[in-house]
Design a protein around this ligand. Structure first.
Ligand code: FES
Ligand code: FE2
Length: 418
């Protein structure tokens, strides 16, 4: 009897899995010569099958009855491409810290989906961002980060200024109908909020000019930008360091883990749990942001070591940026999608001024934080394997604690639908 029941229950999940296998295929992102159409070119291509997968989640069902998005959202290559175009190539996206480009002529490079970018300050200190692709034969132009007075292409030496202009095109004598003015780097809209650098890869949304950061705050954070500022998320902190982790899971698995209202903490982070008062845990939902907060068990710390302080705030900014403010610390987690089954998480650590020379405190705190990250990585990679298993198709929400996760999935649905 029990065996029969088990067989019947296990058969159901295989049906959507088969559908998923039929619909999955790789979509290559062809580079266009007209670089301004990079983002637009494949937004509509072959997305219909992925769109069917979007409809497998219903945001109208209340959390008490809802099922989570199906496994295809976390594993399917065509769904991943749809996400890049409809989520990451739209609106403001956090990409780094103002610390990375403090001086004129400083720059850093990065990649978001298939978009290679370089952010820099030109000679006059003006913030600029460009597609990091040479206009000659598409070589990547700059790499890493540092200071430069111009970008010289490593392939054939075409040279661009930090304001994007093509300054020198080598050995082009005999070339006709060529105007250097038309071959500058392709600009990207860039702005800042607090210590964060934001890019907007949408081609049409805003004119390319100095973008007002109040406007950006409203678009990026909605009504909670003031709440974040008044909770100590600002530019007054000292930058400490960066840690990067490549994780074998879909980028949303990491976000989901962050958004479970502390559900996993007592089971998976016993060390962290002892520093938090769980009965004070709360979640508040804003338009595109959710804030989880929890009181720390301050005063119970040994040896004056108090990494978490009296209150911890965990702000999730849709789609992939987290700001954690606790005790004297702030850290940010940027979750970069690398493929359906892989992401990179970039942690930037900031500390209050008074502790910036306290090496022991910094080292101990970073060790404790690292321990939590490793615990989360093990969980996330385990979940990804489970999502790829034929035994699982959708799950359920714990309504009292997983509201932020449900909100995240509803926002994804809304974005992916149009
Ligand atoms: S690809 Fe850059 S100079 Fe040729
Ligand atoms: Fe965790």
């Amino acid at each position: 009897m029990h065996v029969q029941m088990a067989v019947t229950m296990q058969l159901t999940p295989f049906i959507p899995k088969l559908r998923r296998l039929r619909s999955s295929h790789n979509l290559n992102f062809h580079n266009k010569t007209a670089a301004t159409s990079i983002i637009a070119c494949c937004s509509a291509r072959n997305s219909s099958e992925a769109e069917v997968l979007v409809s497998e989640f219903n945001p109208k069902i209340p959390i008490e009855e809802a099922v989570t998005p199906p496994t295809s959202w976390y594993t399917d290559p065509s769904f991943f491409q749809l996400e890049l175009h409809r989520i990451f190539y739209r609106g403001w996206q956090a990409v780094g810290s103002t610390e990375q480009i403090k001086d004129p002529n400083s720059f850093f490079t990065g990649r978001l989906g298939d978009v290679e970018f370089v952010v820099c300050r030109d000679e006059s200190g003006k913030l600029q961002a460009f597609h990091n692709v040479c206009r000659h034969h598409a070589s990547l132009l700059a790499s890493g980060s540092g200071h430069k007075s111009c970008f010289v292409c490593p392939y054939h030496g075409w040279t661009y200024g930090l304001s994007g202009a093509l300054l020198k095109a080598t050995r082009i004598s005999g070339m006709r109908n060529f105007n250097v003015k038309d071959f500058g780097l392709i600009p990207i809209k860039v702005s800042t909020w607090g210590p964060f650098i934001l890019l907007n890869l949408e081609k049409e949304s805003l004119p390319l000019m100095e973008i007002d950061s109040t406007y950006v705050a409203k678009e990026w954070l909605g009504s909670c930008s003031e709440i974040l500022s008044t909770n100590g998320i600002d530019s007054s902190l000292n930058y400490v360091c960066r840690r990067e982790y490549t994780i074998d899971c879909n980028w949303k698995v990491f976000c989901d883990n962050y958004l479970d209202g502390g559900y996993h903490v007592p089971y998976a982070h016993k060390g962290l749990a002892s520093g938090l008062k769980f009965d004070s845990y709360s979640t508040t939902i804003f338009e595109r942001v959710s804030i989880q907060s929890c009181e720390g068990s301050s005063g119970e710390s040994k040896d004056n070591y108090d990494r978490l302080g009296r209150k911890a705030i965990y702000a999730f900014i849709y789609p992939n940026f987290m700001i954690n403010r606790y005790g004297p610390w702030m850290d940010t987690n940027l979750v970069l999608p690398l493929g359906p089954n892989k992401c990179q998480v970039v942690f930037d650590y900031y500390l209050e001024h008074s502790l910036k020379h306290d090496k022991d405190f910094i080292e101990l705190s970073l060790q404790d934080s690292e321990k939590v990250q490793i615990e989360d990585i093990v969980l996330c990679e385990g979940v990804q394997k489970g999502l790829q298993s034929p035994a699982y198709y959708v799950g359920r929400y714990a309504p009292k604690v997983e509201q932020a996760m449900h909100h995240f999935h509803c926002l994804l649905y809304e974005n992916l639908k149009k």
